[in-house]
Write a protein that binds this ligand. Structure first.
Ligand code: SF4
Ligand code: SF4
Length: 420
Protein backbone atom coordinates (compact mmCIF):
# COMPACT_ATOMS: atom_id res chain seq x y z
CA UNK A 1 0.00 0.00 0.00
CA UNK A 2 1.39 3.46 -0.92
CA UNK A 3 2.19 5.95 1.84
CA UNK A 4 -0.54 8.40 0.76
CA UNK A 5 -3.21 5.67 0.78
CA UNK A 6 -2.01 4.42 4.13
CA UNK A 7 -2.20 7.93 5.62
CA UNK A 8 -5.69 8.44 4.23
CA UNK A 9 -6.88 5.04 5.43
CA UNK A 10 -5.59 5.68 8.95
CA UNK A 11 -6.28 9.41 9.34
CA UNK A 12 -8.97 8.62 11.93
CA UNK A 13 -6.33 7.04 14.17
CA UNK A 14 -4.01 10.01 13.91
CA UNK A 15 -6.93 12.30 14.85
CA UNK A 16 -7.79 10.06 17.83
CA UNK A 17 -4.19 10.10 19.11
CA UNK A 18 -3.94 13.89 18.74
CA UNK A 19 -7.13 14.31 20.75
CA UNK A 20 -6.09 11.87 23.50
CA UNK A 21 -4.88 12.79 27.02
CA UNK A 22 -1.24 13.67 27.61
CA UNK A 23 -0.60 10.43 29.60
CA UNK A 24 -1.83 8.30 26.68
CA UNK A 25 0.34 10.22 24.22
CA UNK A 26 3.33 9.77 26.56
CA UNK A 27 2.74 5.99 26.84
CA UNK A 28 2.44 5.66 23.09
CA UNK A 29 5.68 7.55 22.58
CA UNK A 30 7.43 5.43 25.21
CA UNK A 31 6.21 2.22 23.55
CA UNK A 32 7.40 3.49 20.19
CA UNK A 33 10.87 4.33 21.58
CA UNK A 34 11.19 0.90 23.24
CA UNK A 35 9.82 -1.03 20.29
CA UNK A 36 13.10 -2.76 19.46
CA UNK A 37 12.96 -4.57 22.84
CA UNK A 38 10.04 -6.61 21.59
CA UNK A 39 11.44 -7.58 18.20
CA UNK A 40 13.35 -10.78 18.09
CA UNK A 41 17.09 -10.62 17.66
CA UNK A 42 17.01 -14.35 17.08
CA UNK A 43 17.53 -15.90 13.70
CA UNK A 44 13.95 -16.76 12.79
CA UNK A 45 12.00 -17.33 9.60
CA UNK A 46 9.00 -15.50 11.03
CA UNK A 47 8.28 -11.80 10.60
CA UNK A 48 8.31 -11.02 14.32
CA UNK A 49 7.56 -7.33 13.91
CA UNK A 50 4.39 -8.01 11.90
CA UNK A 51 3.29 -10.75 14.30
CA UNK A 52 3.66 -8.26 17.13
CA UNK A 53 1.69 -5.55 15.35
CA UNK A 54 -1.06 -8.06 14.61
CA UNK A 55 -1.26 -9.44 18.15
CA UNK A 56 -1.70 -5.91 19.53
CA UNK A 57 -4.58 -5.17 17.19
CA UNK A 58 -8.09 -5.39 18.70
CA UNK A 59 -8.86 -8.21 16.25
CA UNK A 60 -10.39 -5.81 13.70
CA UNK A 61 -10.85 -8.56 11.09
CA UNK A 62 -12.18 -11.20 13.50
CA UNK A 63 -15.75 -10.86 12.20
CA UNK A 64 -14.71 -12.15 8.77
CA UNK A 65 -12.40 -14.98 9.87
CA UNK A 66 -14.17 -18.24 8.93
CA UNK A 67 -12.11 -20.30 11.37
CA UNK A 68 -13.08 -18.48 14.57
CA UNK A 69 -16.63 -17.98 13.30
CA UNK A 70 -17.00 -21.76 12.89
CA UNK A 71 -15.12 -22.95 15.97
CA UNK A 72 -16.09 -20.14 18.40
CA UNK A 73 -12.67 -20.77 19.88
CA UNK A 74 -10.94 -17.45 20.59
CA UNK A 75 -7.49 -18.99 20.10
CA UNK A 76 -8.48 -19.29 16.40
CA UNK A 77 -9.09 -15.53 16.08
CA UNK A 78 -6.57 -13.71 13.87
CA UNK A 79 -4.82 -11.53 16.50
CA UNK A 80 -4.72 -14.43 18.96
CA UNK A 81 -3.04 -16.71 16.40
CA UNK A 82 -0.48 -13.96 15.78
CA UNK A 83 0.05 -13.73 19.55
CA UNK A 84 0.56 -17.50 19.87
CA UNK A 85 3.01 -17.38 16.94
CA UNK A 86 4.90 -14.47 18.55
CA UNK A 87 5.08 -16.11 21.99
CA UNK A 88 6.23 -19.43 20.50
CA UNK A 89 8.96 -17.65 18.56
CA UNK A 90 10.10 -15.64 21.60
CA UNK A 91 10.22 -18.80 23.74
CA UNK A 92 7.50 -17.45 26.05
CA UNK A 93 5.07 -20.27 25.31
CA UNK A 94 5.94 -23.92 25.67
CA UNK A 95 6.06 -25.75 22.36
CA UNK A 96 3.44 -28.34 23.21
CA UNK A 97 0.90 -29.73 20.74
CA UNK A 98 -1.83 -27.97 22.68
CA UNK A 99 -0.14 -24.59 22.24
CA UNK A 100 0.88 -25.16 18.62
CA UNK A 101 -2.40 -26.63 17.33
CA UNK A 102 -4.41 -23.36 17.10
CA UNK A 103 -2.05 -21.86 14.51
CA UNK A 104 -2.31 -24.96 12.31
CA UNK A 105 -5.87 -26.19 12.75
CA UNK A 106 -7.27 -22.67 13.16
CA UNK A 107 -6.22 -20.99 9.92
CA UNK A 108 -7.47 -21.89 6.44
CA UNK A 109 -5.02 -19.40 4.86
CA UNK A 110 -7.92 -17.66 3.15
CA UNK A 111 -6.55 -14.09 3.44
CA UNK A 112 -10.01 -12.72 4.33
CA UNK A 113 -8.28 -10.83 7.17
CA UNK A 114 -6.14 -8.96 4.64
CA UNK A 115 -9.22 -7.32 3.13
CA UNK A 116 -9.88 -5.49 6.41
CA UNK A 117 -6.40 -5.08 7.77
CA UNK A 118 -4.83 -1.72 8.48
CA UNK A 119 -1.40 -3.25 7.71
CA UNK A 120 -2.50 -5.48 4.82
CA UNK A 121 -1.57 -8.59 6.81
CA UNK A 122 -2.81 -12.03 5.85
CA UNK A 123 -2.42 -13.93 9.11
CA UNK A 124 -1.95 -17.25 7.29
CA UNK A 125 1.12 -15.82 5.57
CA UNK A 126 2.48 -14.48 8.89
CA UNK A 127 2.12 -17.94 10.43
CA UNK A 128 4.05 -19.68 7.62
CA UNK A 129 7.42 -18.56 9.06
CA UNK A 130 6.45 -19.72 12.57
CA UNK A 131 5.42 -23.12 11.25
CA UNK A 132 8.68 -23.39 9.28
CA UNK A 133 10.66 -22.71 12.48
CA UNK A 134 8.65 -25.30 14.40
CA UNK A 135 9.27 -27.82 11.61
CA UNK A 136 13.03 -27.17 11.74
CA UNK A 137 12.96 -27.55 15.54
CA UNK A 138 11.03 -30.85 15.12
CA UNK A 139 8.23 -29.52 17.33
CA UNK A 140 5.25 -29.93 15.01
CA UNK A 141 2.49 -32.39 15.99
CA UNK A 142 2.76 -35.94 14.68
CA UNK A 143 -0.13 -35.63 12.20
CA UNK A 144 1.52 -32.63 10.51
CA UNK A 145 4.83 -34.50 10.27
CA UNK A 146 3.07 -37.54 8.79
CA UNK A 147 1.56 -35.24 6.16
CA UNK A 148 4.88 -33.61 5.24
CA UNK A 149 6.58 -37.03 5.15
CA UNK A 150 3.89 -38.26 2.78
CA UNK A 151 4.85 -35.47 0.37
CA UNK A 152 8.55 -36.20 0.90
CA UNK A 153 8.00 -39.87 0.01
CA UNK A 154 5.57 -39.44 -2.90
CA UNK A 155 6.65 -36.04 -4.24
CA UNK A 156 2.97 -35.21 -3.97
CA UNK A 157 -0.18 -35.75 -1.93
CA UNK A 158 -0.80 -39.23 -3.30
CA UNK A 159 1.30 -42.20 -4.32
CA UNK A 160 1.85 -43.02 -7.99
CA UNK A 161 -0.73 -45.83 -7.97
CA UNK A 162 -3.41 -43.37 -6.94
CA UNK A 163 -2.38 -40.89 -9.61
CA UNK A 164 -2.36 -43.56 -12.32
CA UNK A 165 -6.18 -43.39 -12.27
CA UNK A 166 -5.94 -40.20 -14.27
CA UNK A 167 -2.91 -40.87 -16.46
CA UNK A 168 -5.01 -42.57 -19.18
CA UNK A 169 -7.00 -39.35 -19.51
CA UNK A 170 -3.79 -37.35 -19.73
CA UNK A 171 -2.10 -39.52 -22.40
CA UNK A 172 -3.48 -37.38 -25.24
CA UNK A 173 -1.66 -34.33 -23.91
CA UNK A 174 1.56 -35.37 -25.59
CA UNK A 175 3.08 -32.41 -27.43
CA UNK A 176 3.21 -28.65 -27.59
CA UNK A 177 4.56 -25.69 -25.70
CA UNK A 178 1.57 -25.27 -23.39
CA UNK A 179 1.91 -27.40 -20.28
CA UNK A 180 -1.19 -28.49 -18.41
CA UNK A 181 -0.11 -28.89 -14.78
CA UNK A 182 -2.68 -31.21 -13.21
CA UNK A 183 -3.10 -30.68 -9.47
CA UNK A 184 -2.80 -33.64 -7.09
CA UNK A 185 -6.41 -33.17 -5.88
CA UNK A 186 -7.80 -33.22 -9.43
CA UNK A 187 -5.76 -36.27 -10.43
CA UNK A 188 -6.86 -38.07 -7.32
CA UNK A 189 -10.54 -37.08 -7.27
CA UNK A 190 -12.05 -35.42 -10.33
CA UNK A 191 -10.83 -36.61 -13.72
CA UNK A 192 -13.93 -35.03 -15.36
CA UNK A 193 -11.95 -31.79 -15.40
CA UNK A 194 -9.20 -33.46 -17.44
CA UNK A 195 -11.76 -34.81 -19.94
CA UNK A 196 -13.18 -31.29 -20.23
CA UNK A 197 -9.77 -29.75 -21.00
CA UNK A 198 -9.25 -32.46 -23.64
CA UNK A 199 -12.50 -31.47 -25.31
CA UNK A 200 -11.65 -27.75 -25.35
CA UNK A 201 -8.13 -28.46 -26.67
CA UNK A 202 -9.60 -30.63 -29.46
CA UNK A 203 -12.16 -28.02 -30.56
CA UNK A 204 -9.54 -25.27 -30.65
CA UNK A 205 -6.76 -27.42 -32.17
CA UNK A 206 -4.52 -26.48 -29.26
CA UNK A 207 -1.49 -28.65 -28.64
CA UNK A 208 -1.03 -29.32 -24.94
CA UNK A 209 1.52 -31.40 -23.12
CA UNK A 210 1.29 -32.93 -19.66
CA UNK A 211 3.45 -35.54 -17.92
CA UNK A 212 1.50 -36.44 -14.78
CA UNK A 213 4.00 -38.99 -13.51
CA UNK A 214 7.01 -36.79 -14.18
CA UNK A 215 5.76 -33.51 -12.77
CA UNK A 216 5.87 -33.31 -8.98
CA UNK A 217 3.56 -31.55 -6.52
CA UNK A 218 3.65 -27.74 -6.84
CA UNK A 219 4.97 -27.45 -3.26
CA UNK A 220 2.17 -25.44 -1.62
CA UNK A 221 1.25 -28.25 0.85
CA UNK A 222 4.92 -28.48 1.91
CA UNK A 223 4.93 -24.77 2.71
CA UNK A 224 1.78 -25.20 4.85
CA UNK A 225 3.49 -27.99 6.79
CA UNK A 226 6.69 -25.97 7.33
CA UNK A 227 8.85 -28.09 5.03
CA UNK A 228 10.24 -25.27 2.89
CA UNK A 229 13.29 -27.36 1.95
CA UNK A 230 11.01 -29.91 0.27
CA UNK A 231 9.04 -27.14 -1.44
CA UNK A 232 12.33 -25.89 -2.91
CA UNK A 233 13.20 -29.40 -4.12
CA UNK A 234 9.80 -29.72 -5.80
CA UNK A 235 10.14 -26.27 -7.41
CA UNK A 236 13.62 -27.08 -8.74
CA UNK A 237 12.43 -30.37 -10.20
CA UNK A 238 9.35 -28.87 -11.86
CA UNK A 239 11.22 -25.95 -13.40
CA UNK A 240 13.85 -28.33 -14.83
CA UNK A 241 11.00 -30.48 -16.16
CA UNK A 242 9.40 -27.46 -17.90
CA UNK A 243 12.76 -26.33 -19.30
CA UNK A 244 13.57 -29.77 -20.70
CA UNK A 245 10.27 -29.69 -22.61
CA UNK A 246 10.69 -26.11 -23.86
CA UNK A 247 7.48 -24.95 -22.18
CA UNK A 248 6.24 -21.43 -23.02
CA UNK A 249 3.08 -21.32 -20.93
CA UNK A 250 1.53 -23.25 -18.03
CA UNK A 251 -2.17 -23.73 -17.36
CA UNK A 252 -3.59 -25.04 -14.07
CA UNK A 253 -7.08 -25.92 -12.90
CA UNK A 254 -5.97 -25.61 -9.26
CA UNK A 255 -5.54 -22.06 -7.90
CA UNK A 256 -3.05 -23.27 -5.27
CA UNK A 257 -0.83 -24.77 -7.99
CA UNK A 258 -1.21 -21.67 -10.20
CA UNK A 259 -0.33 -19.31 -7.35
CA UNK A 260 2.59 -21.44 -6.19
CA UNK A 261 4.06 -21.75 -9.71
CA UNK A 262 3.48 -18.09 -10.50
CA UNK A 263 4.34 -16.31 -7.23
CA UNK A 264 5.35 -18.90 -4.62
CA UNK A 265 8.41 -20.12 -6.55
CA UNK A 266 9.80 -16.57 -6.64
CA UNK A 267 9.32 -16.26 -2.87
CA UNK A 268 11.45 -19.36 -2.24
CA UNK A 269 14.18 -18.27 -4.65
CA UNK A 270 13.13 -19.83 -7.97
CA UNK A 271 12.37 -17.03 -10.37
CA UNK A 272 11.23 -17.98 -13.85
CA UNK A 273 9.65 -16.28 -16.82
CA UNK A 274 7.04 -18.85 -17.86
CA UNK A 275 3.55 -17.28 -17.74
CA UNK A 276 1.11 -19.21 -15.57
CA UNK A 277 -2.67 -19.03 -15.99
CA UNK A 278 -5.66 -20.48 -14.26
CA UNK A 279 -7.85 -22.43 -16.70
CA UNK A 280 -10.66 -19.87 -16.45
CA UNK A 281 -8.25 -17.20 -17.70
CA UNK A 282 -7.05 -19.43 -20.55
CA UNK A 283 -10.61 -20.26 -21.64
CA UNK A 284 -11.57 -16.59 -21.45
CA UNK A 285 -8.67 -15.76 -23.79
CA UNK A 286 -9.91 -18.45 -26.21
CA UNK A 287 -13.38 -16.87 -26.21
CA UNK A 288 -12.01 -13.33 -26.62
CA UNK A 289 -9.74 -14.47 -29.48
CA UNK A 290 -12.80 -16.10 -31.12
CA UNK A 291 -11.29 -19.59 -31.00
CA UNK A 292 -14.41 -20.89 -29.28
CA UNK A 293 -17.97 -19.69 -28.79
CA UNK A 294 -19.94 -20.17 -25.63
CA UNK A 295 -23.54 -21.31 -26.02
CA UNK A 296 -26.43 -20.04 -23.98
CA UNK A 297 -26.82 -22.91 -21.50
CA UNK A 298 -30.11 -21.94 -19.92
CA UNK A 299 -32.31 -24.26 -21.99
CA UNK A 300 -30.07 -27.27 -21.64
CA UNK A 301 -31.56 -30.53 -20.33
CA UNK A 302 -28.30 -31.02 -18.45
CA UNK A 303 -29.16 -28.25 -16.02
CA UNK A 304 -32.91 -28.77 -15.70
CA UNK A 305 -34.19 -27.66 -12.26
CA UNK A 306 -30.71 -26.40 -11.44
CA UNK A 307 -31.29 -22.65 -11.44
CA UNK A 308 -30.38 -20.14 -10.20
CA UNK A 309 -26.72 -20.86 -10.68
CA UNK A 310 -23.94 -19.11 -8.76
CA UNK A 311 -20.17 -19.03 -8.44
CA UNK A 312 -17.97 -19.62 -5.42
CA UNK A 313 -14.74 -17.60 -5.75
CA UNK A 314 -11.84 -19.74 -4.47
CA UNK A 315 -9.89 -17.62 -1.93
CA UNK A 316 -6.51 -18.09 -3.59
CA UNK A 317 -7.86 -17.31 -7.06
CA UNK A 318 -9.80 -14.18 -6.12
CA UNK A 319 -7.70 -12.71 -3.34
CA UNK A 320 -4.15 -13.86 -4.03
CA UNK A 321 -4.22 -14.05 -7.85
CA UNK A 322 -6.87 -11.42 -8.48
CA UNK A 323 -8.54 -13.69 -11.07
CA UNK A 324 -12.12 -12.47 -10.81
CA UNK A 325 -13.36 -11.09 -14.12
CA UNK A 326 -12.70 -14.17 -16.28
CA UNK A 327 -14.95 -16.66 -14.44
CA UNK A 328 -17.78 -14.11 -14.02
CA UNK A 329 -17.72 -13.02 -17.65
CA UNK A 330 -17.76 -16.63 -18.85
CA UNK A 331 -20.68 -17.57 -16.59
CA UNK A 332 -22.67 -14.44 -17.39
CA UNK A 333 -22.33 -15.21 -21.11
CA UNK A 334 -23.67 -18.74 -20.62
CA UNK A 335 -26.37 -17.82 -18.10
CA UNK A 336 -27.55 -14.29 -18.91
CA UNK A 337 -30.74 -14.64 -16.81
CA UNK A 338 -30.08 -17.42 -14.33
CA UNK A 339 -26.69 -16.43 -12.96
CA UNK A 340 -26.88 -14.92 -9.49
CA UNK A 341 -23.82 -13.52 -7.76
CA UNK A 342 -23.45 -14.56 -4.12
CA UNK A 343 -23.53 -11.88 -1.44
CA UNK A 344 -20.01 -12.90 -0.36
CA UNK A 345 -18.26 -12.88 -3.69
CA UNK A 346 -15.07 -11.82 -5.44
CA UNK A 347 -12.56 -10.38 -2.93
CA UNK A 348 -15.13 -10.82 -0.14
CA UNK A 349 -15.63 -14.52 -0.76
CA UNK A 350 -15.69 -16.96 2.16
CA UNK A 351 -13.48 -20.04 2.37
CA UNK A 352 -14.67 -23.59 1.58
CA UNK A 353 -12.92 -24.75 4.77
CA UNK A 354 -10.30 -27.01 3.19
CA UNK A 355 -7.52 -24.41 2.87
CA UNK A 356 -4.16 -24.79 4.60
CA UNK A 357 -3.92 -27.97 6.68
CA UNK A 358 -7.24 -27.59 8.47
CA UNK A 359 -8.81 -30.61 6.83
CA UNK A 360 -5.75 -32.71 7.72
CA UNK A 361 -5.56 -31.77 11.41
CA UNK A 362 -9.17 -30.90 12.26
CA UNK A 363 -11.59 -32.20 9.64
CA UNK A 364 -14.57 -31.42 11.90
CA UNK A 365 -13.74 -27.73 11.79
CA UNK A 366 -13.01 -27.86 8.03
CA UNK A 367 -16.43 -29.43 7.43
CA UNK A 368 -18.19 -26.85 9.63
CA UNK A 369 -16.62 -24.01 7.63
CA UNK A 370 -17.66 -25.76 4.41
CA UNK A 371 -21.26 -26.15 5.64
CA UNK A 372 -21.34 -22.47 6.70
CA UNK A 373 -20.32 -21.51 3.17
CA UNK A 374 -22.93 -23.79 1.58
CA UNK A 375 -25.58 -22.22 3.81
CA UNK A 376 -24.71 -18.82 2.35
CA UNK A 377 -25.71 -20.16 -1.07
CA UNK A 378 -28.77 -21.89 0.33
CA UNK A 379 -30.05 -18.65 1.86
CA UNK A 380 -30.05 -17.13 -1.62
CA UNK A 381 -31.95 -20.07 -3.10
CA UNK A 382 -29.03 -21.21 -5.26
CA UNK A 383 -29.37 -24.66 -6.86
CA UNK A 384 -26.02 -24.98 -8.66
CA UNK A 385 -22.65 -23.89 -7.32
CA UNK A 386 -19.81 -23.53 -9.80
CA UNK A 387 -16.27 -23.25 -8.56
CA UNK A 388 -12.80 -23.02 -10.06
CA UNK A 389 -10.83 -25.07 -7.54
CA UNK A 390 -10.62 -28.85 -7.07
CA UNK A 391 -10.30 -28.49 -3.30
CA UNK A 392 -13.42 -26.30 -3.01
CA UNK A 393 -15.22 -28.79 -5.27
CA UNK A 394 -14.14 -31.68 -3.03
CA UNK A 395 -15.12 -29.83 0.15
CA UNK A 396 -18.60 -28.99 -1.16
CA UNK A 397 -19.18 -32.49 -2.58
CA UNK A 398 -18.34 -33.92 0.84
CA UNK A 399 -20.69 -31.58 2.70
CA UNK A 400 -23.52 -31.42 0.17
CA UNK A 401 -26.03 -32.98 2.57
CA UNK A 402 -29.23 -34.42 0.99
CA UNK A 403 -27.62 -33.54 -2.36
CA UNK A 404 -29.16 -30.12 -2.07
CA UNK A 405 -26.86 -28.56 -4.69
CA UNK A 406 -25.38 -29.41 -8.05
CA UNK A 407 -21.65 -28.79 -7.58
CA UNK A 408 -19.54 -28.45 -10.68
CA UNK A 409 -16.09 -27.25 -11.69
CA UNK A 410 -16.16 -24.30 -14.08
CA UNK A 411 -14.06 -26.10 -16.74
CA UNK A 412 -16.31 -29.15 -16.69
CA UNK A 413 -19.38 -26.93 -17.02
CA UNK A 414 -17.99 -24.85 -19.88
CA UNK A 415 -16.86 -27.90 -21.87
CA UNK A 416 -20.52 -28.85 -22.26
CA UNK A 417 -21.41 -25.54 -23.88
CA UNK A 418 -18.60 -24.66 -26.29
CA UNK A 419 -18.42 -24.81 -30.06
CA UNK A 420 -15.93 -23.71 -32.67
S1 SF4 B 1 -4.71 -9.23 10.39
FE1 SF4 B 1 -4.74 -6.99 10.63
S2 SF4 B 1 -6.87 -6.49 11.18
FE2 SF4 B 1 -6.58 -8.70 11.55
S3 SF4 B 1 -5.99 -8.85 13.69
FE3 SF4 B 1 -4.09 -8.76 12.51
S4 SF4 B 1 -3.54 -6.58 12.43
FE4 SF4 B 1 -5.70 -6.71 13.09
S1 SF4 C 1 -6.17 -16.27 6.75
FE1 SF4 C 1 -8.40 -16.68 6.94
S2 SF4 C 1 -8.55 -18.26 8.55
FE2 SF4 C 1 -6.47 -17.34 8.71
S3 SF4 C 1 -6.71 -15.68 10.21
FE3 SF4 C 1 -7.03 -14.76 8.19
S4 SF4 C 1 -9.27 -14.83 7.90
FE4 SF4 C 1 -8.79 -16.26 9.57
Amino acid sequence: MGKARKLKKNSYLIKAVLKSKFSIKRNLLQGFRDRKKYYSKLDTNADIKSLMYCMLCPNMCRFDCPAVQASKNESHSPAMKAKIGYLLEMGKLEKTNENINPIIEGCVHCSACKEWCFFDFAVGDLLDGVIEDLYLQERLPENVLEFSNRIRNNNGLYDLEHLKKSTKELETFSKGEIYYFPGCVTMGNNTNVITAIKKIALITNTEIISKPLERWCCGAPSIYSGDVEKAKGLAYHNLEHFRSLGIKMIICECPECAYMLKEGYKKIGFDHKIPVYHLSEWIYQLVENKKIKLLNAENSKLLENSFPISYHDPCVLARKMNVIDAPYKLLEKMFPNEFKENLYSKKLTHCCGFGGLVNIVNSKLANTISINRLEEFDKEGIKTIVTGCPTCWYSFMKNNKDLKFEIIDIVELIANFVKK
